[in-house]
Write a new protein. Structure first.
Length: 70
């Protein structure tokens, strides 16, 4: 699995607001409906990685667990 912070383009010290902002930008950039030049399956996979990174990093407990275990 790729580093979740790198997926969103934030540092491991990022605040929740920085994570939310980065997610909104990345979600728009990677959304399959917005990525007409990329095969639908690949765009969906990239978008799912962004969603997963946000889900983990935006939840305090999940983020703490991720930070401990990587």
């Amino acid at each position: 699995e790729t580093n979740l912070y790198k997926i969103l383009g934030v540092s491991s010290k990022a605040t929740i607001n920085e994570i939310k902002k980065a997610y909104r930008v990345k979600a728009l950039d990677t959304h399959p409906d917005k990525n007409k030049d990329v095969p639908k399956e690949l765009a969906a996979e990239q978008f799912q990685k962004v969603v997963h990174a946000f889900e983990v990093l935006s939840d305090v407990r999940s983020r703490q667990h991720y930070d401990r275990t990587g």
